[in-house]
Design a protein around this ligand. Structure first.
Ligand code: DX5
Ligand code: ZN
Length: 218
């Protein structure tokens, strides 16, 4: 079985103390820092740009998992690589030339992910599955933290896992939205191995315990 990685989303952090909030998840056992980049166009919210990512790059050695919820991912790959991203995920809905953008990310020496909204079928990634490092299944409609998990994601993850195994590929399956200790166990059972959690981590009284519970170790 795959090792489970937990990627707390700093979207739910207290932005007035962002450095401390990142140190907290680092010390609490996070595996990645999930950074939600929103442009106010693809999704109805605005968050971080490359200067913020470059600033927080100095705070931790944890890998940066940059989730681009933007209409023009092609213009932002290099700026986020320069800012310190380790994984760059673009949305299939924003990328008619998905294969080219995956190659662009890999040419920068970074891991490439493709994300699918809840209503986007798995078929759109079939032809690039052997090129990507990760598929991110959205289990909420992107734009905000703290939303309710959409249960159809479980079946979608299971079908994706089958697609990957049938092709004998090693592609990470990340899931994002509404993940807590309960939904985590369902998506892990379906085949997900990287779990994003915002409100369930930053909203918890004990962050270390919250990460453990999501990981399923107690
Ligand atoms: C939603 C973002 C998520 C969000 C998850 O658009 O992509 O990463 O921060 O937040 P929770 O875990 O609270 O659903
Ligand atoms: Zn995200």
């Amino acid at each position: 079985m795959n090792t489970i990685k937990i990627a707390p989303s700093i979207l739910s952090a207290d932005f007035s103390h962002l450095a401390d909030e990142i140190i907290k998840i680092d010390e609490a056992g996070a595996d990645l820092v999930h950074i939600d980049v929103m442009d106010g166009h693809f999704v109805p919210n605005l968050t971080f740009g490359p200067p913020v990512v470059a600033a927080i790059r100095k705070i931790t050695n944890l890998p940066f998992d940059v989730h681009l919820m933007v209409t023009n991912p092609q213009d932002l790959i290099v700026p986020f690589v320069k800012a310190g991203a380790d994984i760059i995920t673009i949305h299939a809905e924003t990328a008619p030339h998905m294969h080219r953008l995956i190659q662009n990310i890999k040419e920068c020496g970074k891991r490439a992910g493709i994300s699918l909204n809840p209503s986007t079928p798995l078929a759109v990634i079939e032809e690039v599955l052997s090129d990507v490092d990760m598929i991110l299944i959205m289990s909420v409609n992107p734009g905000f933290g703290g939303q309710k998990f959409i249960p159809n994601a479980i079946n979608k993850i299971a079908r994706l896992k089958t697609m990957i195994d049938e092709r004998k590929l090693t592609v990470d399956i990340e899931v994002d939205g509404g993940i807590n200790a309960a939904t985590a166990q369902q998506v892990i059972a379906a085949g997900a191995n990287i779990l994003v959690a915002g409100s369930a981590v930053y909203g918890a009284p004990d962050i270390k315990q919250a990460i453990k519970s999501i990981r399923g170790i107690d």
